[in-house]
Design a protein around this ligand. Structure first.
Ligand SMILES: NC(=O)c1ccc[n+]([C@@H]2O[C@H](COP(=O)([O-])OP(=O)(O)OC[C@H]3O[C@@H](n4cnc5c(N)ncnc54)[C@H](OP(=O)(O)O)[C@@H]3O)[C@@H](O)[C@H]2O)c1
Length: 248
């Protein structure tokens, strides 16, 4: 299926690496104008230039999505500068694992700010604009960890289960105003995500995923493109994608 996103505007959070970067590139290649958010300004500015050099249209807006006013500026500038807001991909996130006992509680705050408040603030800013347009699509990147809880993943599970519940509630609110909602639930993907963990956590993760060939960011970008490339009468609610070798 060839997906044509020309005349569409797609805003992607967490576009400085991994799944967000691959999604922004895939959307731009499909013809969309894209707005890129992340805290690392140099990375999103370089990506915007790469897209522009290939003939596409992109703007980079340095943003901490856990900050309500920055999240709002991202969404409103996207709409003002690119003229519409067809799709918001709430992808920015952090995953800091380990048991609850003796956990550095600052890690919990970082996850809840990015994974939960980031999704809420960007969505809050986008909904009114989408209602005015009479259409819109919000894609929330959750995780297999939003479906299956595990020891040592409690707060990450909490944030991603929360994203799943919020998305279903939002989907129902979106129906009467023409806004579709999709939850994307990746299994293991080779990105920078685990790299922010403490060494003892990395050791545990290496054992858990020994022998599993992870997905690429492009595999998940493909799932997101599938969801947003459907005709208006089709609402893809949820896509769960694991690497073939990942059991749980
Ligand atoms: N990789 C996996 O195995 C996997 C599996 C399931 C779900 N996921 C989910 O996929 C999403 C993307 O992760 P990834 O795997 O692509 O990891 P990644 O390469 O580390 O990307 C995470 C992105 O989120 C951004 N980010 C983090 N905190 C932010 C904040 N407060 N404000 C703005 N941007 C922020 C980062 O940019 P800056 O640091 O520049 O701000 C980066 O662009 C996350 O929601 C993650 O939970 C990943």
């Amino acid at each position: 299926m060839t997906i044509d996103l020309s005349s569409k505007v797609v805003a992607v959070t967490g576009a400085s690496s991994g799944i967000g970067e691959a999604t922004a590139l895939a959307c731009a290649q499909a013809g969309a104008a894209v707005a890129l958010a992340a805290r690392r300004a140099d990375r999103i500015e370089a990506l915007a230039k790469r897209i522009a050099d290939a003939g596409g249209r992109a703007i980079a807006i340095p943003t901490d999505v856990g900050d309500e006013s920055q999240a709002r500026v991202f969404v409103e500038r996207t709409h003002a500068e690119l003229g519409r807001l067809d799709v918001l991909v709430n992808n920015a996130g952090v995953m800091l694992l380990g048991p609850i006992e003796n956990a550095p509680t600052e890690e919990w705050r970082r996850m809840i700010e990015a994974n939960v408040f980031g999704v809420l603030y960007c969505t809050h800013a986008a909904l009114g604009l989408m209602r005015e347009q009479g259409s819109g699509h919000i894609v929330n990147v959750s995780s297999v960890a939003g479906r299956v809880a595990r020891a040592g993943s409690g707060v990450y599970n909490l944030t991603k289960f929360g994203v799943g519940a919020f998305s279903e509630s939002l989907r129902q609110e979106g129906v009467p105003i023409g806004v579709r909602v999709t939850t994307i639930e990746p299994g293991a993907v080779a990105t920078e995500l685990p790299g922010h963990n403490r060494p003892e956590v990395l050791e545990q993760m290496a054992k858990r995923f020994a022998g599993v060939t992870p997905l690429s960011s492009e595999d998940i970008a493909g799932a997101i493109l599938y969801a947003i490339g459907q005709p208006p009468n089709v609402s893809v609610n949820e896509v769960l994608v694991r690497p073939s070798g990942q059991g749980a």
